[in-house]
Write a protein that binds this ligand. Sequence first.
Ligand code: FAD
Length: 434
Amino acid sequence: MQNAASPPARAPLLRRSAARYSGWRLFLEALTGHRGWGEAWRKARPRERYRVVVVGGGGHGLATAHSLATEHGITDVAVIERGALGLGNVGRNTTIIRSNYFHPDNIRFYDLSLTLWEQLERQLNFNAMVSQRGTLNLFHTEAQRDLFTRRANAMRLLGVDALELSRAEVRRRVPLIDMDGGRFPVLGGFLQPRGGTARHDAVAWGYARAAAAAGVDVVEHCEVTGIRCQGSRVTGVDTTQGFVGADVVCLAVAGHSSRLAAHVGLTLPIETHVLQAFVSEALKPVLDLVVTYGAGHFYISQSDKGGLVFGGGIDGYNSYGQRGTLPMAEEVAAAAVTLMPALARVRVLRQWGGVMDMSMDGSPIISRTPIDGLFLNAGWCYGGFKAIPAGGRATAHLIAHGEPHPLARHLDLDRFAAGRTIDERGAGPFPYAH
Ligand SMILES: Cc1cc2nc3c(=O)[nH]c(=O)nc-3n(C[C@H](O)[C@H](O)[C@H](O)COP(=O)(O)OP(=O)(O)OC[C@H]3O[C@@H](n4cnc5c(N)ncnc54)[C@H](O)[C@@H]3O)c2cc1C
């Protein structure tokens, strides 16, 4: 043991450089039995007070805290997560990243995110397995071709990549597709070459590690059970580890947004629905694009481990159950074998669900609330994974400057009351219709 008078022991060479991951470090660790790796992030206990408390250690909560610390110099921040990191939607999604939206404001916002994904691994010093393999939306009717052409043109006008693929090109690129099968032959597709996938839970771990290194307290296994206010101003949160005071509280709890907001009497334009996904046994490489079926609820990609990762639409009823159900397995399987009959011979390894924060216009909310100091990052529906880098940056900007980020002005909460909802797909206010 070292006494107070003795000089501090010098950490061994490997320990001292433990903070940074690199090929060189991997090489050194391999020589010494991988005993030198430190913990990826500090396991913090909550202090009595912070400048900012972010509730929810999913992708958006962690990205917000990271951006506050690294871009705005606000390090007196805690992320309070009720479970372990990565077990919410951030680690349950099908990992697709893209910016092929139609509404110009949404294109700009999601393309900021895609641009940030392109730099993310270097920025976080973490391998998030970002793979820009391309996302392909199939079309099956002339009317659908028109819709996609309109969307692709809207993207191209803003300098975002979008290509039309002919039927022959789709056949060449994705031999698994039965081009003439079912009631809806494939006429062609639209490709966003910069779209692709990223390793979902690595994104949570990478942000947590980088945020903690920048001074943020990442508190796990601590549930927020109440939000306290004085008059109309937030003063902190009650948690299972006691009261934590804060000047600012930001809710980033995805499918639990309505429940948390109810603590301060807010009713949000958000419903919670389950979205399910599936992964098959590992196969040799058979699919090098993300493919979305245009005539049914089905999309698919192949993970780097070889599993086919696929899913469909949300369940039509409200639920907080993070599990799969047989009716959805049947619906997704039917669409899968219609588009790719060979999948009938593939065994499914796992099926799971995540609770989606479905907003009433299908677009997210990054906003102040009627409670001073209470901010909201929510309403991501089934598309919030791709938005994590931009969502975190925009939320941090709003907290730090008190003004919306220039590319997220349209995502305010007031739009629902003012009738300025965002008509991304003309799907209306019904979550199940998105
Ligand atoms: C099956 C499925 C497939 C999907 N596929 C895609 C996709 O391919 N591409 C895409 O862009 N998006 C996809 N999504 C959506 C995406 O995953 C979500 O929109 C996004 O992850 C939500 O943001 P988040 O990461 O912050 O949420 P989460 O990871 O859910 O974070 C919220 C956190 O808040 C915590 N929390 C809740 N209540 C409390 C409390 N009281 N106190 C403390 N903590 C609390 C939760 O435990 C959770 O960790 C998919 C989702 C699912 C379920």
